[in-house]
Design a protein around this ligand. Structure first.
Ligand SMILES: Cc1ncc(C[n+]2csc(CCOP(=O)(O)OP(=O)(O)O)c2C)c(N)n1
Length: 197
């Protein structure tokens, strides 16, 4: 999977969405292809991924075939993609996957398995109590859980740091936390075009 493949996939989905052919919300990624390709160099097919409403790139990079992913998005499942066979799970509920990822990591440690859990979340999600508690528990218990914080500085339309009156994101720089910043080239949801069904 190359940078261009990722960009072309999202562009294709945006074009189809604009033709009113997807009767459900979509959340696109962009301007973060290089960062994600680098992060996925350290993720094995045996590892587990947990993600959010914005997960097309994560699915593609975890090995979900593009045609299968596209079909599911066209069927309206963009916000809730789920592929147990590729070990990638997502939820559209803010912080919804966090305790599940934590429990998975705990179970892997108890079973002595050599697999890791990668938990992707937006900057705003990383400021929730659930994220903080999960980080505290995972690091204190030495669980195989890596937090990946994808910071586009917005919580839907509001400025996340301004909302919390903070200068930096709380978990950035902490143990088992990887983060990157990017400018989302799309609105929070949709493609920026009014679609009339
Ligand atoms: C429990 C819950 N509350 C509110 C929402 C509405 N909501 C969807 S995304 C979002 C903001 C997420 O921002 P961030 O975590 O930074 O992720 P991004 O979309 O920027 O990637 C909110 C409040 C929701 N999906 N679930």
């Amino acid at each position: 999977m190359l940078v261009k493949d990722l960009i072309d996939f999202e562009k294709d989905i945006a074009d189809i969405f604009n033709q009113a052919k997807i009767r459900a919300p979509i959340h696109l990624h962009g301007n973060n292809e290089n960062q994600l390709l680098k992060i996925f160099e350290n993720i094995n097919s045996d590892d587990w991924i947990f993600s959010s409403w914005r997960s097309h790139y994560h699915c593609l990079l975890k090995g979900v075939p593009p045609q299968q992913l596209k079909k599911d998005i066209l069927d309206g499942k963009s916000m809730t993609l789920l592929y147990p066979e590729y070990k990638i799970y997502t939820s559209a509920i803010v912080a919804g996957v966090i305790p599940i990822a934590l429990g998975t990591a705990l179970s892997l440690k108890r079973e002595g398995k050599n697999e890791k859990v990668f938990l992707f979340m937006g900057g705003m999600t990383s400021e929730t109590g659930a994220a903080h508690e999960a980080h505290k528990y995972a690091t204190s218990h030495n669980l195989p859980l890596e937090f990946i914080i994808e910071i586009n500085h917005k919580s839907v339309c509001t400025d996340t740091l301004k909302t919390w009156n903070m200068k930096k994101y709380s978990l950035v720089g902490k143990k088992n936390v990887t983060h990157y910043e990017y400018d989302l080239p799309w609105p929070h949801a949709g493609s920026g075009v009014r679609v009339q069904f």
